[in-house]
Design a binder for this molecule. Structure first.
Ligand SMILES: Nc1ncnc2c1ncn2[C@@H]1O[C@H](COP(=O)(O)OP(=O)(O)OP(=O)(O)O)[C@@H](O)[C@H]1O
Length: 466
């Protein structure tokens, strides 16, 4: 096998031609490891904009801005934006915000890669549309996990810092301030709990005018959260205009059609299929001898995992628990997080990780989406993400790679133009084929690293992350 220019072994299969020639996104200004670099404004990824009004020209300057001032945001919101260290809108903000803030409000289906600033786009929309003189709920935002709902809320609170915004959570084990009545302007939560608040009439939806789904493909997936999300939507008033805003880094074809029905006449921003993952994430794989060998390799990587911060993804909660307990027993410091833990414990674990008190987080798909921790420079797929396919009778058949989850998982690193590394563990023919399928679907090569050549790994990792 041949080594490539960086000293890595090339994977046996070739990848789609031209796939790796796309230019790199430039790193950003604030908080970056390299503050001299500017921001994602220089990112050259292309989006296709389709306006609901077919007569309008999507390339007109009306539908794109270079500065936050041009958006006509209230000065208190602008203050919030600048205080967060945002000097210019990112590509997706540049294209989405003029469309989102126009009157009369229009629906939006927005796609942009992980870590490119979608949150600020929909948070500014919610904050701009709230009438602060009315003490009623006017915007709802749903996300697939409590961790993501809490993170979105922190953006709402920071951006709205100079406004009189009132907020409330709709997440499990988190009672509203007034258990009988929620009147907060913006409510952020997960779909089941949001629906329970509405059904129990704790949350009055009569004045809701903005409805946001973050990770929308996941929120609409009929095998997952789709049913609950639909119940929330059906509980919203039909008598007043509702702006429906869907955002994600991925919209697989089977969800896209449903999304268009869910958010009719939406303006659309779409990515090309070969631009789904960001350029700053370098992908590797390690060929382990067996399932047990995966554990040994993970332990041998510990020093590299703790150079910055890292997230290790497992398919099952039991695996996350088992490997974290074993590593802790062997003297390593790692934390584990999954959906079987209760709310307050989950909050404490993610907060510890977010604040850098823990450097290695072993988890499941629960934090595969949306979580934004800039110091994470390494993601390990201890198990590749898999999903069951349904046959014609609706029975779940063989597991196949879950491309969307893979994109989201590796997207926990390489945020907003930063560099990151992802490593996939494969240990037999089947897992190797699954990884190859992912590689083909993304059109980006996944480079082999010898499991006994950690020095090369360390050297290259430091070089890439520099
Ligand atoms: N205009 C901006 N200037 C500087 N930093 C920004 C700007 N917009 C967003 N960011 C930062 O970029 C990071 C990623 O943003 P965000 O979490 O919204 O990404 P995302 O597109 O929602 O990603 P994902 O698909 O993974 O959910 C955040 O830390 C955010 O603060």
């Amino acid at each position: 096998m041949e080594k490539d220019a960086d000293g890595f072994y090339s994977p046996a299969p070739a990848v789609a031609a031209g796939a790796s020639s796309a230019p790199e996104a430039a790193p950003e200004a604030s908080g970056s490891a390299n503050p001299d670099n500017t921001d994602l404004i220089k990112s050259t990824f292309d989006v296709a904009v389709t306006l609901a009004d077919q007569q309008a020209d999507p390339n007109s300057p009306l539908f794109s801005v270079q500065t936050f001032e041009e958006l006509g945001l209230h000065k208190d919101l602008l203050k919030g934006v600048y205080e967060m260290g945002f000097s210019k809108p990112s590509k997706i903000q540049e294209r989405a915000l003029p469309l989102l803030l126009r009157d009369p409000p229009q629906n939006m289906i927005g796609q942009s890669q992980s870590g490119t600033g979608k949150t600020a786009a929909f948070v500014l929309t919610m904050l701009s549309r709230v009438d602060f003189s009315l003490n009623k709920t006017q915007a709802l935002c749903l996300a697939p996990s409590r961790e993501l709902a809490r993170q979105i809320m922190s953006v709402v609170v920071s951006m709205g810092k100079f406004t009189p915004i009132q907020t409330e959570y709709a997440i499990k084990d988190h009672l509203p301030r007034d258990a009988t009545k929620v009147t907060a302007h913006i409510v952020v939560g997960t779909p089941g709990t949001m629906f329970n608040l509405i059904r129990s009439r704790t949350l009055d939806t009569s004045e809701v005018k903005v409805f946001v789904l973050d990770e929308a493909d996941n929120m609409l997936d009929q095998d997952g959260l789709g049913e609950q999300t639909l119940k929330v939507k059906n509980a919203l008033p039909k008598s007043r205009p509702l702006q429906i805003v869907l955002f994600s880094a991925t919209f697989p074809d089977h969800v896209r059609a449903f999304a268009s029905k869910f958010a009719p006449n939406a303006n659309k921003i779409e990515l090309k299929k070969n631009e789904l993952s960001v350029e700053g994430i370098r992908q590797f794989y390690m060929d382990c001898k067996s399932a047990e060998h995966k554990y040994e390799i993970l332990v041998s990587l510990y020093k590299l995992l703790t150079i910055g911060q890292s997230i290790i993804f497992c398919q099952h909660r039991s695996t996350a628990d088992r490997i974290s307990q074993r590593m802790v027993a062997e003297g390593h410091k790692v934390a584990s997080l999954h959906g079987a833990k209760d709310g307050s414990e989950r909050d404490a674990i993610i907060d510890n990780f977010r604040e850098g008190r823990e450097k290695v987080l072993i988890t499941t798909n629960v934090v595969a989406r949306g979580i934004d921790i800039l110091q994470v420079n390494m993601v390990v797929n201890y198990d590749l993400p898999l999903m069951g396919e349904r046959d014609n009778y609706g029975n779940k058949s063989d597991m196949r790679p879950d491309i969307e989850t893979y994109i989201h998982r590796i997207g926990r690193t390489g945020r907003f133009g930063r560099k990151g590394i992802s490593i996939n563990f494969v240990h037999d023919k089947k897992t190797w084929e699954q990884m190859h399928e992912i590689e083909e679907a993304l059109g980006k090569s996944i480079t082999r690293i010898e499991t006994d050549d950690l020095d090369t790994m360390e050297e290259q990792m430091k070089k890439h992350l520099k």
